[in-house]
Design a protein around this ligand. Structure first.
Ligand SMILES: Nc1ncnc2c1ncn2[C@@H]1O[C@H](COP(=O)(O)OP(=O)(O)OP(=O)(O)O)[C@@H](O)[C@H]1O
Ligand SMILES: [Mg+2]
Length: 479
């Protein structure tokens, strides 16, 4: 889907209050409040807070309301530090307009749960002096500063049910004149978790991407669910904190996240200077990542992640509309990226088990292994035996099939040698046993010792090898 296509969430956004699904009680409260304004007796609480989960109709309500009652909406972002100034300016303008008999103004403050404390005081003052209705919207009512909450009436929006969502999707399909399999529809509705915006976006992706691909699209979105969602959030906000929070639950290493963000910057920003600023933040993030890797100081990851989220989110003016997130080209082939990840995980698991390491240490070790596999095939081969790696895993670490095969061949030789030693050991045991049999009960203490020694000698070699397993990579390297 291209950016120029109209996002269905906009195309099918209800224009009238009556078209808003399953928020009847909320809408009633909103109507009553606004009518109080219009009938010349402003309500006791001069601000209204629409609170509830994302994609349930809050913003839609404000615009439908404005359309029905003839308001002009002045939309402001509550998390913007300059909001207070802007509000002042707009309100002044609004008064002037009133005198000139222009349209009534309705002030809409989005993201009221993400307000700066200083801004909150100013906005509280503004509410006290308000001559226009002020509506705010928030996902988390309790995160709205108290001085604002005290001055506002709250209207609660419900999470939409799966049935609500299916109904809405069916309506859209009907208007578009397309159909999709029922199971797919249910899948999308389930996936949305009460968020109609998410469902509509998924539907558009599936329909535009071709239903044949839907399984893959949805499967992909499922495994990568948090990346797509998180990045859409990062790119939808101008607020640094929001951007940072958005990626918290993403199950991905920072290097990968960086690739994803890098890939999407040019789709989201369009002014060259903004794109440059975003890349600047990314390259600084990359420097931190490099440093973390070199020094083993993985606390630097946090700075890197902050730079690539917050730094990118505030880089400039974003394109309006549907933000489709693209997977990075370098790991674009789904199967490839998946195999890579699976391989990395299985190698990490082996390192963690064999070397008794936590994940971060194992990750660090993997990086050392990469260097070893590149420069020292003999040592690499020992690691192959030691970690019991398979050829695919060796290829993954070596990063080059040719090199991998050379290392693999050496590891086979090492294994052969080890097998021979085991055989030798077995033979020595057998000899000792025979000697004992031949001597009957009369096997002398010396003879017994002799045999034991022989066994021990072979055993020791094996023991040394095994000991390595409990040691760290560095102990291993010392040998
Ligand atoms: N109750 C609803 N009835 C009809 N359409 C809805 C409803 N809720 C959401 N939608 C659809 O989902 C899209 C997003 O809705 P909206 O912008 O109103 O969400 P929101 O509640 O403001 O979410 P957020 O908290 O993320 O700002 C709209 O385009 C609209 O088409
Ligand atoms: Mg909204």
């Amino acid at each position: 889907m291209t950016m120029s296509e109209v996002p269905w969430v906009e195309k099918y956004r209800p224009r009238r209050l009556s078209e808003i699904i399953n928020q009847t009680k909320a809408i009633e409260q909103v109507r009553a409040w606004v009518e109080a304004w219009l009938h010349g007796n402003p309500p006791k609480k001069k601000a209204l807070i629409l609170a509830g989960p994302p994609g349930t109709g809050k913003t839609t309500t404000v615009y439908a309301l404005a359309r029905e009652y003839g308001f002009e909406v002045i939309e402001l972002n509550a998390s913007d530090e300059r909001t207070y100034e802007k509000v002042e300016r707009y309100v002044q303008a609004a008064y002037t307009m009133d005198i000139l008999g222009k349209r009534r103004k309705l002030i809409f403050l989005d993201e009221a749960d993400n307000m700066e404390p200083t801004g909150a005081k100013e906005i509280a003052k503004l509410v006290d002096r308000a001559r226009n209705p002020i509506i705010m919207s928030a996902n988390h009512y309790w995160e709205i500063p108290r001085e604002i909450r005290n001055r506002a009436q709250i209207v609660q929006y419900k999470r939409l049910s799966q049935r609500d969502i299916i109904k809405a999707l069916v309506r859209i399909l009907h208007m578009e004149g397309v159909t999709i399999p029922k199971e797919l529809l249910y899948e999308i509705a389930k996936h949305a978790n009460g968020d109609l915006r998410a469902a509509v976006n998924d539907l558009q992706t599936v329909v535009t991407g071709g239903v044949e691909d839907a399984d893959r699209v949805l499967a992909y979105r499922d495994t990568e669910k948090s990346v797509f969602q998180a990045l859409a959030q990062v790119f939808a906000t101008d607020n640094a904190k929001r951007a940072k929070i958005a990626v918290l639950g993403v199950d991905m290493f920072p290097h990968e996240l960086l690739q994803w963000i890098e890939e999407n910057v040019p789709y989201v920003y369009y002014r060259p200077e903004d794109i440059a600023r975003a890349y600047e933040a990314l390259s600084r993030a990359d420097i931190f990542l490099g440093r973390a890797q070199r020094t083993g100081n993985y606390s630097l990851w946090k700075y890197a992640t902050d730079l690539m989220t917050a730094g990118v989110a505030v880089a400039g003016v974003k394109k309006k509309g549907f933000v489709k997130i693209y997977p990075p080209k370098t790991i674009k082939l789904l199967t490839e990226s998946k195999t890579e990840r699976t391989l990395r995980d299985s190698v990490l698991k082996k390192i963690m088990a064999e070397m008794h390491m936590a994940k971060l240490e194992a990750l660090e070790t993997l990086n050392y292994l990469r260097a070893i596999f590149e420069n020292n095939p003999e040592m690499a081969a020992h690691f192959v035996v030691y970690l019991d790696l398979d050829l695919k895993e060796v290829e993954f670490i070596a990063g080059d099939p040719e090199r991998a095969r050379r290392i693999w061949a050496r590891s086979m030789n090492i294994e052969k040698r080890m097998r021979r030693e085991t055989e030798l050991e077995a033979r020595a045991r057998e000899a000792a046993r025979k000697a004992g049999e031949e001597a009957g009960e009369e096997l002398s203490g010396e003879e017994l010792e002799e045999a034991e020694k022989e066994i021990e000698a072979v055993g020791k070699k094996k023991e040394e090898k095994r000991k390595g397993k409990q040691a760290t990579l560095f102990d291993f390297l010392k040998k």
